[in-house]
Write a protein that binds this ligand. Structure first.
Ligand SMILES: Cc1cc2nc3c(=O)[nH]c(=O)nc-3n(C[C@H](O)[C@H](O)[C@H](O)COP(=O)(O)O)c2cc1C
Length: 232
């Protein structure tokens, strides 16, 4: 009987020793992970370490997740493209861009217009000669622009002899306005926009063209704002 009791006590002591030894392995493994973490502190967050020890998936807050980089050339979907020989239309274009947050693109003549070129009292001046020739297409000097990504274009110009300058004809023939709403606007001494918008629409051959509007150089941002709100 004594023998039986002794064997039982010895077996119990052995079981106790085995249990202690397994629990020690878990601690060792955990310590090993902490050692690894200490080796790469810059690449490990506390969240990741905790999750790894607990064998859980890591759900980082949104700000810490890797996101795709923003395209470098992100721009507005509105463009204000304009030609201005003496700065009046440019001023209005800048106001429209400021109200709408649009991008600005200046249509420059490859050969800039001099004061003599613009002399409308001279029937032989460059501007007058060009306006008398429906097929005149003065070369554009500004860098090409991609219209991709623009849904609306405000197209500005001065009135020359009752119409759009021929360089505007060159501009609309050069680009495609497919899928774009085009809103013509002009400045002038007193004439209205007349048939300029419809001329440009016909030459462009595509795009959705709204009726244009004439402004004086001193038009206010409030006036421009209410014009925009009434556009259909
Ligand atoms: C060659 C030429 C012809 C013009 N013809 C007209 C016209 O027919 N009606 C009018 O009201 N103003 C006319 N103007 C005045 C311009 O339309 C006006 O000064 C315009 O605001 C100028 O814009 P810009 O400074 O952007 O070039 C003419 C100007 C030039 C140079």
């Amino acid at each position: 009987m004594k023998k039986v009791i002794s064997i039982t006590i010895i077996s119990f002591i052995c079981m106790l020793l085995t249990a202690c030894s397994s629990s020690g392995n878990v601690v060792t493994a955990s310590k090993q992970k902490m050692t690894d973490a200490a080796k790469e502190p810059a690449q490990r967050t506390e969240l990741e370490s905790d999750a790894e020890e607990a064998q859980m998936p890591v759900f980082l807050p949104e700000t810490e997740q890797q996101t795709e980089a923003e395209p470098v050339d992100a721009h507005s979907d509105i463009l204000v493209a304009y030609f201005s020989a003496t700065g009046t239309t440019k001023g209005v274009a800048e106001k429209i861009a400021s109200i709408t947050g649009a991008d600005l693109y200046e249509i420059l003549a490859a050969e800039p217009y001099t004061a003599d070129d613009l002399n409308y009292s001279d029937p032989g001046s460059r501007a007058t000669t060009e306006q008398n020739d429906k097929n005149a297409r003065p070369a554009i000097g500004s860098s090409d622009i991609s219209l991709e990504g623009y849904s609306t274009i405000y197209l500005g110009f001065p009135i020359w002899w009752g119409e759009e300058p021929r360089i505007l004809d060159a501009f609309v023939e050069k680009y495609s306005f497919e899928g774009i709403t085009v809103i013509p606007f002009c400045t002038s001494g007193s004439s209205g926009i007349g048939r300029s918008g419809t001329n440009l629409e016909a030459l462009a051959g595509n795009g959705s063209w709204l009726a244009g509007e004439r402004f004086s150089g001193s038009v206010s941002e409030d006036e421009l704002q209410s014009w925009m709100e009434g556009l259909k």
